[in-house]
Design a protein around this ligand. Structure first.
Ligand code: 5AD
Ligand code: SF4
Length: 439
């Protein structure tokens, strides 16, 4: 009987891409995916540490597997990802979750087959977490979630040390893949039916800086744009301080580059931006948005915003509401500040009481909703190019997909996943559009 595996993934697309590689390696070893996650021979949990609720969800999930291991001691339970890069969580697992067999980190994903063998040989828990690495493994097998679209990591790690963020500690120093490796991966994907790639990095705009022969993100975009069978190129995340005119130009001129930029602002207050170590102020950000909109009139801009950073006053928060209005974002991911052990901000005085933060958070969400429903109306009666991603979550008779601007569209139509279709938008809701496929 073939052995089976399951992987539970928390967090960002970078983690999803790592899980795809783990799945690829397991399949190469002869494992097949398990329908029921509790009966698999190997269970891997890939963790996220960006906010406290991700930690809590992980421990909740891990607790569920205690009984699994008790009933079936041969099941291998492995834990990896950002939480495992932190000693405090490794110790917690060592002490309270003795049924975990393998612990590894973000820098040694490619070593999983060896760690598994070591565990199978000794029957004793194997822990291997590297502080950091310069090594980027290429050509790992990768079991992709979709055929028609794929994540392609272009940089790993982050050097920015925003004061609230754990990522530089869990993902290490920024390193870029070689352009030829990225292009070869995308060419091979496109030859196998992939139409859309999402280029991933914590700060894609600083791509290429540490390479032996420096190569800019703008140049990379231009090269990827030449790949014949590809239809769409997306990328994230863009740090405002590094978004050059050259990149804006490349997006404007690209044939396949989606005119959609994820540009986290985090706060609208100069004082808070400084404390966050973001290296820009509100005027710079507003003028950058103006510059982008002028150069690329059809562009959509999405953002991330943190509410309740230490010492945030009502006035600071009003500056955030104001920048949201001025920039008229096309979508925003809004977060309540979550102190992360080891970051500068966690040690700052002036943590904000929970009820104040919640009240501000609700006001921000309401403001964003007003902007979004207003903007959504612009889509009504337009015809949008959609790549069908799958069947709608709420209605099996409805397909769903995204516009080039990254707006979710649910639509009636007779097509298959991965098809490029035209959809007439009949109704615009705040968070998604509804439409009908044009035959
Ligand atoms: N608390 C709240 N939000 C955070 N983010 C990163 N770290 C934290 C934190 N400690 C948010 C930022 C970032 C997004 C990926 O997650 O807005 O852009
Ligand atoms: Fe975290 Fe800032 Fe790096 Fe983004 S740029 S991963 S928010 S430190």
């Amino acid at each position: 009987m073939t052995k089976t595996y399951t992987i539970i993934t928390f967090g960002c697309q970078m983690n999803e891409n790592d899980s795809e590689k783990l799945a690829g390696m397991l399949e190469q070893m002869g494992y097949s995916p398990c329908e029921n996650d509790k009966t698999a021979d190997i269970i891997i949990i890939n963790t996220c540490s960006v906010r406290a609720n991700a930690d809590d969800k992980f421990f909740g999930t891990l607790g569920e597997y205690k009984a699994v291991k008790k009933n079936s001691p041969k099941t291998v339970i492995a834990v990896c990802g950002c939480m495992m890069q932190q000693e405090v969580f490794r110790n917690e697992i060592k002490e309270k979750y003795r049924f975990v067999d393998i612990i590894f980190g973000t820098h040694n994903i490619s070593e999983f087959p060896r760690l598994l063998k070591e565990y199978e040989g000794s029957g004793k828990r194997v822990t291997e977490v590297l502080e950091d690495t310069d090594y980027i493994p290429e050509n790992l097998p990768c079991k992709r979630q979709f055929i028609h679209k794929a994540f392609v990591s272009i940089t790993f790690g982050c050097d920015n040390f925003c004061s609230y963020c754990i990522v530089p500690y869990t993902r290490g120093r920024e390193k870029s893949r070689k352009p030829e490796d990225i292009i070869a991966e995308i060419e091979s994907l496109s030859q196998n039916g992939c139409k859309e790639v999402l280029l991933l990095g914590q700060n894609v705009n600083s791509y290429g800086k540490g390479l032996e022969t420096p190569f800019s993100f703008a140049r990379l975009l231009k090269e990827v744009d030449k790949i014949e069978a590809l239809e769409r190129i997306r990328f994230m995340t863009s740090h405002p301080k590094d978004l050059s005119n050259e990149v804006i130009e490349a997006i404007a001129q690209g044939k396949k580059i989606c005119k959609n930029i994820h540009l986290p602002v985090q706060s609208g207050s100069d004082r808070i931006l400084k404390l966050m170590n973001r290296h820009y102020n509100r005027d710079y950000y507003i003028s950058l948005v103006e510059r982008i909109r002028k150069a690329i009139p059809e562009v959509t801009i999405s953002t991330d915003i943190i509410v309740g950073f230490p010492t945030e006053t009502e006035e600071d928060f009003l500056d955030t509401l104001d920048i949201v209005e001025k920039c008229s974002f096309d979508s925003a991911f809004t977060f309540i500040y979550s102190p992360r052990i080891g970051t500068m901000a966690a040690a700052m005085e002036g943590q904000i009481p929970e009820d104040t933060v919640k009240e501000r958070f609700n006001r921000l969400v309401a403001k964003m909703q007003d902007i979004l429903s207003e903007k959504a109306k612009e889509y009504e009666n337009t015809v949008q190019e959609i790549i069908a991603d799958g069947i709608s979550r709420n209605n099996p008779e409805i397909m769903s997909g995204r516009t080039p601007s990254n707006k979710l569209v649910n639509f009636k139509g007779n097509c298959r996943v991965g098809d490029s279709v035209k959809v007439r938008i009949t109704e615009a809701k705040t968070y998604y559009l509804y439409g009908e496929m044009i035959q």
